[in-house]
Design a protein around this ligand. Structure first.
Ligand code: TGC
Ligand code: FAD
Length: 391
């Protein structure tokens, strides 16, 4: 009998660097001891404990690849492993980390000036401040370039107006990254702004009773004649490619993260079917169940292997835009399918909160939609393949 290679047939985890292995172990210990015990209750109550951000910060999980301002300077693989381990517990917690790292710390680090970095990065990396990223609007989801939020130059800054919708962390954020177009709505006029919570004219509204990603607070940002001093404009922003560079980072993390969700459900289903006796033998003794387990094992491991290949290409400074769209789409779609199959393998018990699978399943519906819905990534890949845009 082949020993233990069923879980990691390509030796992905075994071949990690010692530092990445240690990071993965620390995150796993933290998430199983701190996050997992409360996840069912917090999900039931739509409750997010904001003090967790300081715990994430202490562990180096926020902006982990940043080498300055308190960042851990870890590898992109470590960033992926963090997402993978955290999402084993709940996609909401991975969302908290993704938004802060890829959508708030990254744009400030990449498109901010030195004063902005010194002012905002230390408190975001340590988790003392919470950030959010306002791109989507009610009528500008898959096509953010049709946004209605605008800026106009005024004295030594800008006046902003508009509303953002479906924004992770908006109700609890201290720092808001907001994207806006000029008054004439010219697409190439896109600018990013750092706005602090107390700024006059800025308010938020929580989206109540979400049925998915319930632990993660989501809301609207209402921007009514908000004055932003020019020192809070992300001055190195270079058109939409800067906005999309934030999405690339988040999508990369999601591609690892969803496999964490799928893995958690796989192991629950494997254990359950090995122990559940039906027709006088374990469910796992049936060929149909073993085929399902083999399909799950295959998709998770192929997904992880592709994550590792993409991470290597990133390290070589290659253009990974296609790889990331492919991974985000594939890994979300496959994970959703895996988790749905796991739910089925538990029969009625699959519906019970304490088995976790239904929560993962409804969370993955969100993850399949945000950061570019499944079909949008198909259209991105189709356009890049054929040179014909269908948008
Ligand atoms: P398009 O013409 O494609 O591009 C405009 C400029 O951007 C460049 N570009 C990219 N650069 C870097 N990375 C990428 N992935 C890029 N994709 C495009 C492109 O080269 C061009 O540059 P330049 O210099 O020529 O101007 O623009 P488009 O308007 O046709 O884009 C269409 C589309 C569908 C690809 C885009 O709008 C899109 O990706 N839509 C999906 C929207 C989305 O993903 N929203 C995410 C919101 S944030 C979120 O959901 C957070 S969830 C957080 C959580 O809780 O985890
Ligand atoms: P739509 O764009 O209306 O799309 C609806 C459906 O139509 C999708 O299936 C899509 O694939 C399909 N579709 C759209 N256009 C086409 C086309 N041309 N051809 C074929 N099919 C098409 N946004 C942020 O900016 N910041 C955040 O922090 C953030 N957090 C979020 C958290 C949650 C819980 C959720 C649910 C969303 C969040 N979003 C955030 C918004 C998210 O990015 C958008 O929901 C997503 O981009 C899709 O936009 P939409 O919901 O308007 O759907």
């Amino acid at each position: 009998m082949i020993q233990n290679t069923w879980f990691d047939p390509f030796f992905i985890f075994e071949n990690l660097s010692e530092e990445d292995k240690l990071i993965q172990k620390n995150v796993k210990d933290f998430s199983t001891s701190i996050l997992k015990p409360n996840v069912v209750e917090h999900n039931r109550n739509h409750y997010f404990d904001r003090s967790l951000y300081k715990e994430f910060g202490k562990l180096g999980l926020l902006g982990p690849t940043i080498k300055s301002h308190g960042g851990a300077g870890a590898s992109d693989t470590a960033y992926g492993l963090i997402a993978y381990e955290i999402e084993k517990i709940d996609s909401s917690y991975r969302s908290s980390i993704s938004v802060q790292s890829s959508l708030v710390i990254h744009p400030i680090n990449s498109f901010g000036n030195e004063e902005q970095k010194d002012k905002y990065l230390p408190s975001l990396i340590s988790g003392y401040k919470i950030g959010c990223f306002g791109l989507t609007e009610s009528e500008a989801g898959s096509d953010p370039s049709s946004m209605k939020t605008t800026y106009k130059e005024y004295q030594d800054g800008y006046i902003l107006n508009g509303n953002k919708n479906w924004i992770t962390n908006a109700p609890i954020a201290d720092i808001f990254i907001v994207w806006a177009l000029n008054e004439n709505h010219e697409t190439n006029s896109i600018k990013g702004f750092i706005i602090e919570k107390e700024t006059k004219g800025l308010s938020t509204k929580i989206i109540e009773n979400k049925t998915s990603l319930k632990i993660s607070p989501t809301g609207q940002i209402l921007i009514d004649e908000v004055f932003v001093h020019k020192s809070n404009c992300l001055e190195k922003t270079n058109g939409w490619s800067s906005v999309f560079s934030c999405l690339n980072k988040a999508r990369f993390g999601i591609s690892w993260g969803v496999l964490g969700s799928a893995t958690a459900c796989w192991l629950i289903a494997k254990d359950y079917t090995e122990n559940r006796i039906m027709f006088k033998k374990p469910l796992a003794a049936n060929q149909l169940i073993q085929k399902k387990l083999a399909d799950i094992q295959t998709e998770i491991n192929l997904g992880l292997a592709s994550c590792i290949l993409t991470t290597k290409a990133m390290k070589q400074d290659r253009n990974t835009i296609n790889a990331i769209s492919l991974l985000k789409r594939n890994n979300c779609k496959k994970s959703l399918n895996i988790v749905r199959n796991c739910r089925d393998m538990l029969g009625a018990n699959g519906l019970v909160e304490e088995y976790h699978i239904m929560r993962h399943l409804v969370n993955l519906e969100t993850v399949n939609t945000y950061e570019g819905a499944e079909d949008i990534h198909a259209l991105i890949l189709g356009r890049n393949q054929t040179n014909i845009s269908s948008f």
